[in-house]
Design a protein around this ligand. Sequence first.
Ligand SMILES: Cc1ncc(COP(=O)(O)O)c(C=O)c1O
Length: 450
Amino acid sequence: MVCNTSRNEIMSISEFSNLTPENDLFSKCAAYDTAKKVQAAGLYCFFRPIEETTGGNVVTHGKKRVMIGSNNYLGLTHHPKVIEAAKSAIDRFGTGFTGSRFLNGNSVLHEELEEKLARYLGKEAALVFATGFQSNQGALSVLVGKKDVIFSDQENHASIIEGTRSAAGETIVFRHNDPVDLEKKLKENRERFAGALIVADGVFSMSGDILNLPAFALLAKKYNCRLYVDDAHSLGVLGAQGQGTESHFDLPNSADIVMGTFSKSFASIGGYVAADKDVIHYIKHNARHFMFTAAMPPAAAATVLECLRVVQEEPEHLEALRRNVTKMSTELTRMGYYTLGSQTPILPLLIGDDMMALAFTQKLYENGVFATPVVRPAVPEGCALIRTSYMAAHTDSDLDYVLTVLEKLGKAFGILGNPERQASLDEVSVKHFGKRGAQAVASAASMKLA
Ligand SMILES: Cc1ncc(COP(=O)(O)O)c(C=O)c1O
């Protein structure tokens, strides 16, 4: 009865509703046409539904394609023991923990994972979150108070940017992976604040750049800052057994906190921060992004535990990944692509124009290769990339096929074998990508001479 009355009231009021484009907060939704224009042009390459996957290959729209847009670097999503571990966790715990770890969703799997992860990373303690995104948001928001400051790399991941927005303190952005610019900003600003945190990706997600950790660690010490490194793309990839950026440079504990995710090399979903015990204890009891969200499900936690064993006991996956990356990096540079000096499984191809990057990605797709474009606002105008990434699971024939298609399309789009276009990419490369762009130009030139 009450319900009917209020429904009638709402119906009658809505007749007099005075929503206009100016006062309706939904107006922007109808007006938003960026994606629709790309869809209308037949160049929309997002949200492609995967029907099946074997790791290195996927089936989409009924056709098998080589996947070079994934973060499954070690190919462990299809490792038989990893799959078995996930299945037995479901048998033991069911499909979900249906609550936050803080209250009713904590499990022996999470705790075992934290203990083993901390040991593997060489940290005192670790805390496992439901996602990597929440790990960054949660940790940054509680560590940086009103009187503190974050110095954040210009190309940090969106989850770090959201973390800096959730934090009460100020954020100062420095030029990408540039210790000179960071030091300038530290000199100008450090004294104005109480605590300070320098935050950067260990491997940058779009360009594949590796953080200059030695220089950053030195600056952190010199200016009394704490250093926070996001190892989402370094975990499983850099270092002797894939422990990440610190291990890559043989600089244990040079970062005060390392963060990472399980959604890439560790074949699942979830994230973590690892640091000294007190820091972890503090985040655990204060971060709302940890305390008030449901726990990582059993199959995911068991998957990650098994991956942790695999990366330490089966070096062949990392060896295969490194072989594949060397092959692709060498061949792409030889063809004339600019991969911006990346030495990681992420090999971006500089295309320049946004629409061309979308059209190129679409043509790749039609030719059986699944890659992803990086266009504005993720990169400045004229700097569009195609992000390609490689896995241990790729076979030589997968990679040879990708190279054949890339060579054919590179020529068809005038990116390869076109001196005029090459000159304009040289300019973009040096202007927007600084030192690494110049290195890309130099190494392309030396390949041409050889
Ligand atoms: C550098 C970086 N940090 C954090 C995240 C967020 O991790 P997740 O997707 O596991 O939530 C990502 C994901 O793409 C990333 O690339």
